[in-house]
Design a protein around this ligand. Structure first.
Ligand code: FAD
Ligand code: SF4
Length: 519
């Protein structure tokens, strides 16, 4: 089913606030109730329904079919992003923690970059967290192959490669590194460079156009604008979910709901929301690790000004990357964005900013993300809101500096006439790569950089013992029969590459196991 054919309403299998408004209480039951319809949740629904199980998906965000998507940044932030993109981690700097909140989760607004879990990371997880006792790298690889086939994964094609991506290839090769076209989960990409606002043509195989409709076709029900709050138990077993229908944009309240799970409740609400559900319901306490060990890939971008038009508005949003320096804990990617997104990254205000924006057609943007070693945490504050704490270590900032310097070198190697490094302490514009050397004399202060965090891990980690991990090797919460976590909360560490494929693969393997497990 294409995205355009997926609609809300009882016939579609998706019920939102408007469909249930007249009811006092919405009740339903299924073998498995899954919270969250993003990478982990939709994959679990696809696998569990394929195995013949009855599934309910609970999703806090709304369902936006392609026809309802608006291409401007404001509408996309309002309807598809959590807290309009304003969720932040507090530390020495405030770091935006970006997440989607919609049917399809963050995959609706992500860059469609597909990577497999690097084998050295698997080996680390095996050596230090016993993950090899749960699944082998061979098993993961088989699932990756199947995901590739089902989600149309392939390199960005010539027709939509676009100048931003071409220039990055020149830049990477110009500094003597190797790079590659990004493998993306897109079918017949139109090169609209809009992946982060929701694909306007339904070509990106985000979960809302792939595994969600597949699960619905096999009988799953999806409740949208439906926020899970409490997990209830019966005879010592987690047996259901309660909460309320709520429009996440207008905050209009709808009826309460109670969904009974005959076999399991699976948390797939992301590494930020899953630990909060565990904390609110008092699960996984023995380890004292729920909401701790938060890791991410802090990242920032550099802008290059070129004589010839770059036209960021055309091409695969993210089409070229290099993992050449992965062992140094950094990865580089091209990234296109609309004028309104770019405006936030350009120097100056008023007439000066207007002048910058006039040159928009001549700008290239590339980013670096760091496999940071810092750990943060997720809790609720006194007012019940999400409180994320995160601070890069000095060693992480040193890697970020080297990454920014390499981006600047790549820009000049590709022929940029000027570079806007976006680092406080450097000039707004620099004319040569040599000027970037000043980066290394700046203090290790995260406030000097415009970092964001979009890849999130570790807040309910997997392991053998209930004293050193939150979930066991089947991803069942220790001491909470019937309650599982299949999202990247269970990953023991970050991984240095984009995580969607690994999240889908782990959720896939755990869902297969859940489907066949005796209860
Ligand atoms: C801008 C951006 C670009 C990215 N680009 C890429 C990329 O190109 N490649 C890549 O691999 N990764 C990318 N990522 C990261 C990737 O998309 C995420 O890591 C992945 O989607 C996370 O999967 P998940 O299932 O854990 O959570 P999500 O996909 O975020 O899904 C969780 C869902 O749970 C819902 N939820 C949360 N709490 C509740 C509750 N209490 N009740 C009901 N529902 C709830 C949320 O609304 C959300 O829809 C990007 C991320 C961002 C922000
Ligand atoms: S570049 Fe445009 S057409 Fe291609 S997947 Fe992204 S949003 Fe869709």
């Amino acid at each position: 089913m294409s995205r355009a054919e997926t609609t809300s309403g009882p016939a579609s299998g998706i019920l939102g606030l408007a469909d249930v408004q007249s009811q006092a209480l919405v009740e339903d039951s299924a073998d498995v109730v899954i919270i969250g319809s993003g990478a982990a949740g939709a994959t679990a629904a696809r696998v569990l329904t394929d195995a013949g199980l009855d599934v309910i998906l609970v999703e806090e965000g709304a369902h936006l079919p392609t026809a309802k998507l608006r291409s401007d940044a404001y509408s996309s932030f309002k309807h598809l992003w959590r807290d309009m993109g304003f969720q932040v981690a507090e530390g020495r700097a405030f770091t935006p923690v970006l997440q989607g909140r919609a049917v399809g989760g963050t995959t609706v607004v992500n860059g469609a970059i597909i990577h497999r879990l690097p084998e050295p990371i698997y080996d680390l997880w095996a050596a230090e967290h016993a993950v090899d006792k749960s699944f082998s790298y061979r098993q993961l690889t088989d699932v990756f192959d199947q995901l590739d086939r089902e989600l149309s994964v392939g390199p960005a094609p010539d027709a939509v490669f676009g100048v931003n991506n071409q220039l990055m290839q020149l830049g990477v090769e110009g500094i003597g590194a190797r790079g590659n076209r990004i493998r993306r989960n897109v079918k017949d990409c139109q090169g609209s460079a809009h992946c982060n606002q929701g694909c306007p043509t339904g070509r990106k195989q985000s979960m809302d156009v792939s595994y969600v409709p597949q699960a619905l076709a096999r009988g799953a029900r999806l409740y949208a604008q439906c926020r899970a709050e409490t997990l209830h138990s019966k005879s010592g077993r987690v047996s259901g979910v309660r909460g309320r229908f709520l429009d996440p944009v207008t905050k209009q309240k709808g009826p309460r709901f109670s969904f009974h799970a005959r076999r399991a409740v699976v948390l797939c609400a992301s590494a930020i929301q899953t630990p909060q559900l565990l904390q609110a319901n008092g699960f996984g306490r023995a380890s004292q690790l729920v909401g701790e060990r938060l890791q991410c890939h802090p990242g920032t971008g550099v802008v290059g000004v070129f004589d010839n038009p770059v036209k960021l508005s055309f091409g695969a949003t993210q089409g070229f990357e290099t993992t050449h320096f992965w062992h140094e804990r950094m990865k580089f990617e091209s990234v296109a964005m609309p004028l309104e997104f770019a405006a936030a990254r350009l120097p100056g205000i008023g007439p000066e900013l207007m002048h910058e924006l006039e040159s928009f057609n001549h700008l290239a943007i590339w980013g670096v993300q760091v496999r940071a070693q810092a750990f943060g945490s997720v809790h609720k504050n006194l007012f019940g809101s999400t409180k994320i704490q995160y601070d890069m270590l000095d060693s992480d900032i040193e890697i970020l500096k080297l990454g920014v310097q390499r981006l600047i070198r790549m820009m000049f190697a590709a022929g940029a006439k000027q570079v806007l490094p976006g680092v406080h302490g450097l000039p707004d514009r620099i004319d040569s790569a040599d000027e970037a050397e000043r980066l290394f004399s700046l203090p290790n202060d995260p406030r000097l950089f415009h970092c964001i965090a979009a890849h999130l891990f570790g807040t309910a980690k997997m392991g053998l013992s209930k004293y050193s991990s939150v979930v066991d090797l089947n991803c069942q919460v220790h001491d909470a029969p019937g309650l599982y976590v299949f999202d990247s909360s269970v990953f023991p560490t970050n991984m240095g590459v984009n995580p969607q494929h690994s999240i889908c693969a782990v959720s896939w393997l755990m869902s297969e196991r859940l489907a066949t497990r005796k209860h």
